[in-house]
Design a binder for this molecule. Structure first.
Ligand code: SF4
Ligand code: SF4
Length: 451
């Protein structure tokens, strides 16, 4: 085993361990949420996952972005086969390990397919960069998309271009070495590059073989440099994911599987409130009975902070791709109100990250005196929501920003008795008159006489 294999194995183990540690923190943060049962109707869940996550059915509602995204997505999935070969070559010190196993014809076909995908991925990334930075589509220039979110998106697009570029450069240099072998001009100590007899270049990278140096040793160095850049870049990309919205490439599938299968618009009941109402309606219940001993702290009504949300709402926050389709469809946002459902998800993730860091530093029970409500999301944003569900419908990974808005509102009303004047008046009317309007029950039918 050579020094380079040892260096590779150390890097591989270090990258894997670091990623496992950071991904573990995200899993821990998601588990801070309240319990929620979401594993009923598994057959339906697998179908939704196949359609929405695997089939990208909601992405293509916007064809340009949808098709470009599918190219990057397919490229990402398929290129993993090539990454597997690179990793095995790195561990065992081999070169193109799969070529003799698959046979030359199949191997060429697979690598040529990767190259075509790599080229398409580069094109898609360039288009996305142009849309974000030159055309400046309104979706990407909203207030919550300033600074890190904008940089994050650009970093990942540039890294993908560089990684694909390194892959094509590596293949181009390899083809040149193969050509030297063909001509009998490959030095003995580089003969391991001649593992593909009769090779005359791969489909895409053949167009850049002319740019490789004339000296076989220089070409071999270029091949190694591109190989290392490619694989170290992938290790770096892997460890960048937990800090980026691109963590969605891992969470989209489980997040869609755990989708809310209830009809849109069907709100959940708060268990404690349901219990109270049932008690009130039960003629045999003792209204003055003391609560049972040892019942623990009463549960919070609604949500003030991230720990009051369910694990699914927290998983939603880590899955959000910040695409802005929800905000684009939101009628409140379109009419100039402060609300952006994308910001609700980004705020939830930011606050959860903050809580997670506090736990790492000061222990699980630490209270920093801050909360999701008001420190991140204002009351004005919450009351701007029309509960229309357009954001839920638009989200390509079945995220539900409305459920977070509703839980924060519930807290405001049930724990702080705070609501905008118009809603307070409506509550009073419902309580006094049994209807949202300010007329007594006896006067309700008067409009018939007046008409
Ligand atoms: S439910 Fe609320 S946040 Fe979602 S689109 Fe409608 S108004 Fe906007
Ligand atoms: S919630 Fe969904 S639609 Fe909205 S930005 Fe996030 S991923 Fe996009």
């Amino acid at each position: 085993m050579g020094v380079s294999n040892i260096v590779f194995i150390v890097l591989l183990v270090a990258a894997g361990a670091l990623f496992a540690k950071n991904a573990g923190k995200i899993a821990r943060n998601i588990r801070l949420g309240r319990d929620l049962k979401r594993n009923d109707r598994p057959g339906e869940r697998w179908k939704i996952m196949a359609r929405v996550a695997l089939g990208q059915s909601k992405m293509v509602v916007r064809p340009v972005a949808g098709i470009m995204h599918i190219l990057i997505y397919v490229g990402f999935i398929i290129i993993n086969i090539e990454v597997l070969e690179i990793v095995l070559d790195g561990i065992f010190g081999t070169h193109r390990l799969f070529a003799p196993v698959l046979g030359n014809t199949l191997y060429y076909f697979i690598i040529n397919s990767f190259e075509v995908l790599a080229l398409l991925v580069i094109v898609a990334c360039v288009v996305f960069l142009v849309r974000r930075n030159i055309l400046r589509l309104s979706r990407f220039t909203q207030p919550e998309m300033k600074s890190w979110p904008a940089t994050d998106a650009n970093i990942i697009l540039v890294v993908e271009i560089l990684l694909m570029g390194a892959f094509l450069t590596m293949n181009a240099a390899d083809s040149t070495l193969m050509m030297y072998a063909h001509l009998g001009a490959l030095p003995d100590d580089l003969m391991h590059y001649a593992s593909l007899p009769g090779h005359d270049g791969f489909l895409v990278s053949q167009w850049i073989t002319g740019l490789t140096p004339d000296d076989p040793y220089a070409v071999a160095n270029l091949e190694r440099a591109a190989w290392w850049f490619h694989i170290v870049g992938i290790f770096a990309f892997l460890n960048y994911l937990p800090y980026s919205k691109h963590f969605h490439i891992l969470l989209s599938f489980p997040n869609v599987w755990y989708s809310n299968l209830a009809a849109k618009g069907q709100f959940t009941n708060h268990e404690a409130v349901t219990r109270e109402v049932k008690l009130m309606l039960d003629p045999s219940a003792d209204p003055y009975a003391a609560p049972a001993e040892g019942g623990g702290e009463p549960e919070r009504f609604g949500a003030k902070d991230v720990r009051d949300l369910t694990w699914k709402q927290l998983m939603d926050a880590y899955t959000c791709t910040e695409c802005g389709r929800c905000t684009d469809e939101c009628p409140a946002n379109q009419t100039g109100k402060l609300l952006s459902p994308r910001k609700i998800m980004m705020d939830t993730r930011d606050r959860l990250e903050e809580v997670g860091k506090n736990i790492d530093k000061h222990g699980k029970e630490h209270d920093d005196g801050k909360a999701l409500l008001r420190d991140y999301i204002s009351e004005e944003e919450l009351w701007a929501c029309t509960t229309c569900n357009a954001c839920v419908q638009a989200c390509p990974v079945n995220i539900d920003p409305l459920s977070i808005i509703m839980d924060l509102r519930r807290y405001l009303i049930m724990e702080e008795s705070k609501s905008p004047e118009s809603i307070t008046a409506m509550f009073n009317n419902v309580e006094n008159n049994g209807a949202p309007w300010a007329f007594s029950q006896a006067d309700r039918a008067k409009w018939i006489e007046e008409s």
